[in-house]
Design a protein around this ligand. Structure first.
Ligand code: 13P
Length: 351
C-alpha cells in the first residue's frame, strides 16, 4: 500500500475548497428518481442524464471528485468519448460506489446490512484499471424505539472497515459512509447518541482492521432531529451539535469529513454546512466538506426532464448548487450567492 498516494488523492479531491458530487445512484434508485420527476426509465436516459452532469461547464471549480455507479463508469457520451475520460480531462477525479446495497440483517427485524464484500478485491482491481481513484460504501442505520441494536451497528461497522482495508490495499481511497437515517420521529439528542455510538464503533473497527486513517474520507450524517420529529432545530443548533459530536469521536488523523445530504433540501444543507465552517473556522482538525447527491442534483434533474433542449438550464442549476456548497465549505455561503451567485458573505467581494 502506498500511503502517500492515498494522501495525495484526498488532497487533490478537496483542494481549492472543492467537494464531491455523488452521482452513483444504483439503477433502481435512479429509476425511482426519474419516476418521481416523470422521466422515462431507461438505460439511455440514465446515460444522457449522467452525460449532462459530467459535461457541465466549469464544474471542476467546485467539485473535485464524482462518485460513479458500475453502469456509469463503463458508459460514454453520445459521440463515443468514455465518461471517465471526460471527467479526468475536466480536472475531476473519478470514484466508484462498490457496495451492492442493503439487505435484511438476519435475526434483526427492521435492520439492514450492506452487501458486497464477496469478490470485492477483484472488483476494486478492475475499477482501478478503469481509472477510479477512490471508492464509496454506504451502511444504513435506522433509528426507532428499540433500534439500532449493537448487533446491527457492529456488523455494519466491521463490514465498512473490511471494505476500507481492501480499498487501501488496491490503492483506492475509501469513503466510509455510516448513515444514520433521518426518517423517524426521534429527537436530535437521540440522533446524536446513535451517531456517536456508530462512529466510535466504526473507528474501533477501522483500527482493528489496520486501516490508515490519513488515507480515508468519512461521510457521515449531520446531527438532526428525525424528519417527522415535532421539534425541529435552528441552523446554528444543528451546526454546533454536529461539530461537537464529531470532535468527540472522529480522530484528528482523518483528513476530511464529507457530509451526505440524506434528504435535506439543497438550501438548508448549504446553510448548515456554512454555519459549521463559519463558527468553527480554523479550529477543526479535519476539513468539513460535502459529498451530496440529491442536494446538488435537484433541481437540475427536474429541469432536465429527459430533454436535450433543457441541458444548458439543467447544467446551470447543477453548477449553482455545487457553487453554493463550495461557498459553504469556506463559510461564505449567503442569501446573495443563493439568489445571484455572488460571494459576499464575509465581505470578500464577488468572484
Ligand atoms: P444524498 O446526498 O442524497 O444523501 O446521497 C449521498 C450518498 O452518496 C448516499 O450514499
Amino acid at each position: 500500500m502506498n500511503i502517500n498516494s492515498l494522501v495525495d488523492t484526498v488532497r487533490a479531491l478537496f483542494e481549492g475548497d472543492r467537494g464531491l458530487l455523488a452521482m452513483d445512484e444504483s439503477n433502481p434508485t435512479c429509476n425511482k428518481r426519474f419516476e418521481a420527476a416523470g422521466i422515462l426509465q431507461s438505460e439511455e436516459n440514465r446515460r444522457e442524464y449522467r452525460e449532462m452532469i459530467i459535461t457541465t461547464p466549469g464544474l471542476d471549480k467546485f467539485i473535485g471528485g464524482v462518485i460513479l455507479y458500475d453502469e456509469t463508469i463503463r458508459q460514454a457520451t453520445g459521440n463515443g468519448t468514455p465518461f471517465v475520460q471526460i471527467i479526468q480531462e475536466a480536472g475531476i477525479i473519478p470514484g466508484i460506489k462498490v457496495d451492492l446495497g442493503e439487505e435484511d440483517l438476519a435475526a434483526h427485524p427492521g435492520e439492514k446490512i450492506t452487501a458486497g464484500l464477496d469478490g470485492l478485491r477483484e472488483r476494486l482491481a478492475d475499477y482501478s484499471k478503469m481509472g477510479a481513484r477512490f471508492a464509496k460504501w454506504r451502511s444504513v442505520i435506522t433509528v426507532a424505539e428499540f433500534i439500532p441494536s449493537r448487533g446491527c451497528i457492529e456488523a455494519n461497522m466491521q463490514t465498512l472497515a473490511r471494505y476500507a482495508a481492501l480499498c487501501q490495499e488496491a490503492g483506492l481511497v475509501p469513503i466510509v459512509e455510516p448513515e444514520v437515517l433521518m426518517e423517524g420521529t426521534h429527537s436530535m439528542d437521540r440522533c446524536r447518541d446513535v451517531t456517536e455510538e456508530v462512529l466510535r464503533t466504526l473507528f474501533n473497527e477501522l483500527f482493528r482492521q489496520g486501516v490508515i486513517l490519513e488515507g480515508l474520507i468519512l461521510k457521515p450524517n449531520m446531527i438532526l432531529p428525525g424528519l417527522t420529529c415535532s421539534h425541529q432545530q435552528s441552523v446554528e443548533v444543528v451546526a454546533k451539535a454536529t461539530v461537537h459530536s464529531l470532535l468527540k469521536v472522529v480522530p484528528a488523523a482523518v483528513p476530511a469529513v464529507a457530509f451526505l445530504s440524506g434528504g435535506q433540501s439543497g438550501e438548508l444543507v448549504s446553510e448548515r454546512l456554512n454555519a459549521m465552517n463559519l463558527q468553527f473556522k480554523g479550529r477543526l482538525p479535519w476539513s468539513l466538506t460535502f459529498s451530496f447527491a440529491r442536494a446538488i442534483q435537484y433541481p437540475a434533474l427536474e429541469i432536465w426532464n429527459g430533454k436535450e433542449s433543457n441541458v444548458p438550464a439543467a447544467q446551470q442549476a447543477l453548477s449553482h448548487r455545487a457553487k453554493c456548497n463550495w461557498a459553504a465549505r469556506g463559510g461564505e455561503y449567503s442569501k446573495a450567492i443563493e439568489s445571484n451567485g455572488s460571494v459576499t458573505a464575509s465581505g470578500d467581494g464577488s468572484l
